[in-house]
Write a protein that binds this ligand. Structure first.
Ligand SMILES: NC(=O)C1=CN([C@@H]2O[C@H](COP(=O)(O)OP(=O)(O)OC[C@H]3O[C@@H](n4cnc5c(N)ncnc54)[C@H](OP(=O)(O)O)[C@@H]3O)[C@@H](O)[C@H]2O)C=CC1
Ligand SMILES: O=CC(=O)O
Length: 327
């Protein structure tokens, strides 16, 4: 008998088609996790879960007695209760590395768009309001030769630094909990403590995981430390910042602008003040969403799932201790 797999938004179609040949797969899209009876029934029987951003909590696991693996189709895994999964000997996997360059491109797109006001000016042209040569009220600021501060010099942080250093001659400063000698050598990146970085950067770029330590790490105090010409970029998770404090800082001119791919609530409420702010450039959490990278992520997640269900070590495990216990 084929093993039961619960697939959850989002697994790319060619990968899902292949999984359906190997397993008894049921695909769910945007369901109400607590109430959908079909979802709960399938969860009760599934040995594997594959998908994006399904909140895997203790309560959900209590309803999944047969589960052996949760294969997340994302690198961030703040949606998973890892200690609870580990306690229950359930494998958790994610999709690191393959999305690094794509996400760095998105972040750099936000940096340039915010600095050069591209969405605002695009709107001016397309709305028929480009009726005369534009003056200083539409000028942007340079990106090249400025100082980029990266908070979270991990894989994506380093790929952003690479673009900034070699593409735009920027000076790189960074902050992580540990020093990163490789980034210092490759990009002449200079370590700064958190407050120093905020005060010195022309662009502050946040790209850490969401953890209890990083939740709300940028708020009123931190925006107050930034230059009033600074542009703040968030590619991490919405909850790493206090969004209402960002809105206030933009309104008061404490910072000049922002570029955001992630939000406290996704999708955003239609009354979110950011929607009406020209100096906030927004994208709908699409950091890794290119055809190539989405397919590669689904493919890696499927490899993880297959391995986990076959009793083999998945390529990109989060809780390796589960494997050590099994071995
Ligand atoms: N917008 C989007 O679509 C996407 C968003 N992301 C987000 O980007 C995050 C990073 O991904 P990736 O670069 O692959 O992950 P990595 O694990 O390679 O890098 C994360 C970095 O954050 C640093 N970090 C962790 N905690 C702190 C802290 N408290 N203060 C400062 N730095 C910290 C870590 O360094 P150290 O341990 O030394 O502190 C590490 O270098 C993901 O977790 C996800 O949330 C990822 C992909 C797409
Ligand atoms: O947000 C996306 C991820 O891969 O993490």
């Amino acid at each position: 008998m084929k093993k039961k797999v619960l697939a959850y938004n989002r697994v790319e179609k060619p990968v899902l088609d292949q999984l359906e040949k190997e397993f008894d797969v049921r695909f769910f899209k945007n369901i109400d996790v607590d109430k959908d009876p079909e979802f709960l029934e399938w969860l009760g029987e599934a040995e594997g879960i594959i998908g994006l951003a399904l909140p895997v909590t203790k309560q959900l696991l209590d309803r999944a007695p047969n589960l052996k693996i949760v294969s997340n189709v994302s690198v961030g895994y703040d949606n998973l209760d890892i200690s609870e999964l580990t306690e229950r000997n359930i494998i958790a996997t994610n999709t690191p590395d393959i999305l690094t360059d794509t996400v760095a491109d998105t972040v750099f797109g936000l940096i340039i768009s915010a600095a050069r006001r591209i969405p605002e000016l695009d709107n001016k042209v397309k709305s028929g309001n480009w009726t005369e040569p534009l003056g200083p009220e539409h000028y942007g600021i340079d990106v090249h030769h400025k100082t980029l501060g990266i908070i979270g010099m991990g894989k994506i942080g380093a790929a952003i630094a690479q673009r900034a250093r070699f593409g735009f001659d920027m000076d790189i400063i960074y902050h992580s909990r540990r020093r990163k000698p490789e980034a210092e050598e490759r990009f002449d990146a200079v370590y700064r403590d958190f407050d120093q970085l905020l005060g010195e950067s022309d662009f502050v770029c946040l790209i850490t995981p969401l953890t209890p330590e990083t939740e709300g790490m940028i708020g009123k105090r931190e925006f107050g430390l930034m230059k009033n010409t600074a542009i703040f970029i968030n590619g991490s998770r919405g909850k790493t910042i206090i969004e209402s404090d960002l809105i206030e800082a933009l309104k008061k001119g404490e910072i000049a602008g922002c570029g955001l791919d992630v939000f406290e609530k996704e999708p955003m409420d239609l009354d979110n003040p950011l929607l009406g702010m020209k100096n906030a450039v927004t994208t709908p959490h699409i950091g890794s969403s290119t055809w190539e990278t989405e397919l590669a992520m689904s493919d890696l997640a499927a490899k993880n799932l297959r391995a986990g269900l076959a009793g083999e070590k998945p390529p990109t495990m989060i809780n390796a201790e589960v494997w050590e216990d099994k071995g």
